[in-house]
Structures are given as structure tokens and as C-alpha cells.
Design a protein around this ligand. Structure first.
Ligand SMILES: NC(=O)c1ccc[n+]([C@@H]2O[C@H](COP(=O)([O-])OP(=O)(O)OC[C@H]3O[C@@H](n4cnc5c(N)ncnc54)[C@H](O)[C@@H]3O)[C@@H](O)[C@H]2O)c1
Ligand SMILES: O=C(O)CC[C@@H](O)C(=O)O
Length: 477
């Protein structure tokens, strides 16, 4: 697939181009310590896309694009990396996650960081990220980021809410069949040279009941696939949700556990989902049933699972996620990481995978495009559509027919009187369009103003920065 171009068709970001860096405009405020101005040069070459209004879209860029520093960790997909590089940004790409101290050392310097599920962006780490304006989680989960702290410091966080849902659902289907047929054990035995042809304790999945905990993007996708295999599907969710096919929502977790032959977890990591399935819940499960977890390692009490497997209460399990996971490929999964690792590894009919639920070419490429596109829009235009921790704010693009326009972004504390102060500063100019919205304690204002000469931009920026409500100011032009 020519993914970069196909997936971004019709949106207002640059297609990959080698002369992009020469077409950049400038802006103030991407860094907390702006050093100066660049002469807008994007009119010199290139053929910008047409904006919705019919004019040629003006590409707002922060400083010169080559000044934007991006750190991509955890082997973020090459398609996403390519989109960022095509913008002219300085992109550093590392294959694994970094230990906290090393991460702190590197994050100090960058404007954008791209991570997957392993990198923990805690308040301690983010406090050091003085130039950071945006985080891209190239995955679904955002539990690894302190999104509240980030918002309160003007750092937007984006993810890809469903690009890998199908991949996870397909993996779980494979695991259901593999567990029912003890495929992992038979394969391991034959790898070691032992022929062991058994039918005892091996089952078809047709006619069995699948219990899905969390009927969101993944759970509902799985529901459809499981019914196609002849399974009966029940699900439990914290909210009432429409059933797909002939699936049925059950009112309690206990009702699901008592009825299901296979139980699979698809909830986010939250305080309420910590050890959601522990000893009591495993006791409620049917004798000889199976437990699957491809959500987060905190959702299942693993020592309790080890006991339930040893006692024969559960006939099998599949785990894709763990409380502590290695930083990169080739690292060891031992008791040093999780005190019970050796016991877990020694069990029969348990499938252990290294957090690969979403690891397919299709999913990673789609995630790369989706998250990189969101990052580019945010860096270049300030648009927050899809952010997980900021109000969603967007304005139609400025056009090339509007040479003396600037876009002001003012992220501020959500307190009374802010608009009066901001508009007193913007009021000497013509405010063409403005949008503001809030999410909890944080509000986001975006305004396009005209009749602004380059000479007054710095003054505008500094006056906004001087307001007591200010979290972060950016002026794009
Ligand atoms: N293994 C992997 O590679 C992989 C890949 C993608 C996602 N995930 C994990 O799977 C999780 C689920 O993904 P999704 O896209 O389906 O999320 P989703 O947000 O679409 O669905 C989650 C569902 O869980 C429900 N829920 C929340 N708290 C609950 C509770 N206490 N009890 C019952 N239901 C509850 C929600 O109402 C929602 O319907 C993600 O948060 C992520 O952590 C893992
Ligand atoms: O790719 C990853 O590291 C995370 C995959 C998955 O857990 C997600 O949250 O999307």
C-alpha cells in the first residue's frame, strides 16, 4: 500500500517532499525559550494544498521545521517515522524503551516524543521535558502517560484508539482454539522430538461460551469473530452497550464468570480494573475453563492464576501482557522482572506472548500514519482533534491569500476572566475566527488574527505569556 499518500489524502499536511524544509513558515512558542524569527519562506517554492475555503492552504510551521526535535522510542513503525521526517523535522528513532534516567536525559531536548506501551511518562519525567509540546502514543493504551500532569503543563497527548483492535481480536481467536486443542504443548513436545497424539481434554470451540470483559473496540470485534466460529457470546461492561449479533450483556462480572467456558479481558488499566480477576473471581469460573488476558498486566492476579492452573481449576490460559515487561527484544523474562516468572513459565497449556496483540504490519502501519498525522497537525497548526487530554479545538486552515495572518494558541488555566485578558491583547487586530474549549482545569484557545506585522508578533507573544492564567503560548505564522 502507498500508505503515506493514501491515508493522508484530503488532509492538510504535506505529502513527502524533499524541499519541505525550504517551504516553512515560522512561529513562536514551540520552545519555552524562543530565540528569534525566521523569514517566512514557504511562498518561495512548492504547491500547497487547497484549503476548504478554496484558497491555497498556508502551512503554518513552528520556527523552521528543521528545528523541531522528535524522539521516537520502542521501534515506532517506519511509515509513521517517514511522515515525520518528510516534514523536515529532526527525528531520532530508537528500537527499545529507555531506563528512566536515560529517558530524562533525552526528553529534555525534544519538542515531540513518540512512544508505545513500555515508556512511562510519569510526572517526574515530564517535569524535565522543558521543550515538550506533544506526546504521541503509537498504540491504544495511554495508561503509561500521566495525561493529567501533561495537560496541566500544556502538553497534548495523542493515541490511535482502534487501529490495532482487529489484530488483537484475531490473536485472541487463535488463542481460544490453541488452548482448546492444547496446541502450544503439542508443538513444544514435537519440537523436542516427542510424538504425543492425545484427544483427552481437547475440544472444539463450536457451541462453547465466550465471556468478554470489556465490550469496547476489541471486545466487540472479537464478539463478531467468535460467533462466526459458532460460539455463544456473553459480555460484561461497566456501561450498557449495544450487543452485536446475538451476543448478550450480563449484569455482573460474577454472572459472566459462572457461565463462560473462555473468559477474555479487554478493559483499560484503571484503579478499578487492578486485579479485576483475582482468587475469588477465578473461584467463580467454571471448572476446566480458560482465561485470556491481552489488555494490561495489572488486570489479572498472576500468582492466583498460577495456583488455579496448578490445582486444575483452570484448563489453560493465555497472557500477552504482564505487570513488568522487558524494555526491548532479546531481554529476559525472569524472576528479576516478575517474582513469579519461573513458576508461570513452567505451567502446562499456557500461551505466553511478548505483548504482540497489536503487532501486525497492518496495525503498526495504520497507527504510524494516524499518530504521526495527529502530531504533524498539532505541531504545525495547533489542532487538538483526537487528543486524549485536551479539549478538541480546530479552525479551518489559513490560506495563502491571507499574508498578514497569525494563529495564536493560548493554553491556559480554566478560570474566570481569561478571555477578557486575551482579547484585550488580540483586540488591536482583526480576530477573523476564534475557538475556545475547556476540559477540566485546562482550556485551549485558538484564534486567527489578521493585520499582524512580523514586528509585532514577539510583543503579542510576550504579552500573552505575561498573563497569570498562562500554561503555554504558541504563535504560528
Ligand atoms: N495486547 C495488546 O497489544 C493490546 C492492544 C490494544 C489494546 N490493548 C489494551 O486493551 C484495552 C482495551 O482496548 P479497547 O480498544 O477495546 O478499549 P475500549 O476503550 O474501546 O474498551 C474498553 C471497554 O472496557 C470497559 N470498561 C472499563 N472499565 C471497566 C470495568 N471496570 N469493568 C468492565 N468494563 C470496563 C469500557 O466501558 C469499554 O467498553 C486497552 O485499554 C489496552 O490497554 C492491548
Ligand atoms: O504496541 C504496543 O506497545 C502496545 C500495544 C497495545 O497494548 C496498545 O495499547 O495499543
Amino acid at each position: 500500500m502507498n500508505s503515506a499518500l493514501d491515508a493522508t489524502e484530503g488532509i492538510d499536511i504535506e505529502p513527502p517532499s524533499t524541499d519541505l524544509a525550504r517551504r516553512v513558515s515560522s512561529s513562536l512558542g514551540v520552545s519555552t525559550s524562543p530565540t528569534g524569527f525566521h523569514t517566512p519562506s514557504w511562498t518561495k517554492s512548492g504547491s500547497p494544498l487547497r484549503a476548504a475555503t478554496g484558497g491555497l492552504a498556508k502551512h503554518l510551521k513552528p520556527f523552521a521545521t528543521e528545528d523541531i526535535k522528535i524522539l521516537l522510542l520502542e521501534n515506532v513503525n517506519v511509515t509513521g517515522q517517514g511522515l515525520l521526517e518528510a516534514q523536515g523535522y529532526q527525528v531520532t528513532h530508537l528500537k527499545s524503551a529507555l531506563p528512566e534516567d536515560e529517558l530524562i536525559g533525552k526528553i529534555r531536548d525534544v519538542h515531540v516524543i513518540g512512544i508505545r506501551s513500555k515508556t512511562k511518562l510519569t510526572a517526574r519525567v515530564l517535569r524535565e521535558a522543558k521543550n515538550l509540546i506533544v506526546v504521541g502514543c503509537f498504540c491504544i493504551g495511554t495508561n503509561q502517560v500521566d495525561t493529567q500532569y501533561a495537560a496541566e503543563h500544556g502538553i497534548a497527548v495523542f493515541n490511535s484508539p482502534f487501529s490495532n483492535s482487529r489484530s488483537v481480536a484475531e490473536l485472541v481467536i487463535a488463542e481460544i482454539i490453541s488452548l482448546a486443542r492444547q496446541l502450544g504443548d503439542r508443538s513444544n513436545e514435537l519440537h523436542k522430538g516427542t510424538w504425543n497424539k492425545v484427544s483427552n481434554g481437547c475440544w472444539e470451540i463450536r457451541g462453547k461460551t465466550l465471556g468478554i470483559i470489556g465490550y469496547g473496540h476489541i471486545g466487540s470485534q472479537l464478539s463478531v469473530l467468535a460467533e462466526a466460529f459458532g460460539m455463544t457470546v456473553i459480555y460484561y461492561d461497566a456501561v450498557n452497550l449495544m450487543a452485536l449479533g446475538t451476543a448478550k450483556q450480563v449484569p455482573t462480572l460474577e454472572a459472566l464468570l459462572r457461565a463462560a467456558d473462555f473468559v477474555t479481558c479487554h478493559v483499560p488499566e484503571l484503579p478499578e480494573t487492578n486485579n479485576l480477576i483475582s482468587r475469588k473471581e477465578m473461584g467463580d469460573m467454571k471448572d476446566g475453563s480458560y482465561l485470556i488476558n491481552a489488555s494490561r498486566g495489572s488486570v489479572i492476579d498472576i500468582p492466583a492464576l498460577i495456583d488455579a492452573m496448578r490445582s486444575g481449576k483452570l484448563a489453560g490460559a493465555a497472557l500477552d501482557v504482564y505487570p513488568a515487561e522487558p524494555g526491548g527484544n532479546g531481554d529476559y523474562f525472569t524472576n528479576e522482572l516478575n517474582s513469579w516468572a519461573q513458576d508461570l513459565r513452567s505451567l502446562k497449556n499456557i500461551i505466553l506472548t511478548p505483548h504482540i496483540g497489536g503487532s501486525t504490519e497492518e496495525a503498526q502501519s495504520a497507527i504510524g500514519i494516524e499518530v504521526s498525522t495527529a502530531l504533524i497537525r498539532y505541531v504545525n497548526e495547533g489542532t487538538t482533534l483526537g487528543a486524549v487530554n485536551m479539549p478538541e479545538v480546530s479552525l479551518r486552515s489559513l490560506t495563502m491569500d491571507e499574508p498578514n495572518h497569525v494563529r495564536v494558541i493560548y493554553i491556559h488555566r480554566n478560570i474566570p476572566g481569561v478571555l477578557r485578558g486575551v482579547n484585550a491583547i488580540l483586540g488591536n487586530h482583526n480576530v477573523d475566527k476564534q475557538m475556545t474549549d475547556s476540559r477540566g482545569e485546562v482550556a485551549y484557545l485558538m484564534a486567527d488574527i489578521s493585520g499582524v506585522n512580523v514586528a509585532v508578533i514577539k510583543d503579542l507573544y510576550q504579552r500573552l505569556e505575561g498573563l497569570s492564567s498562562r500554561i503555554m503560548t504558541r504563535v504560528l505564522y
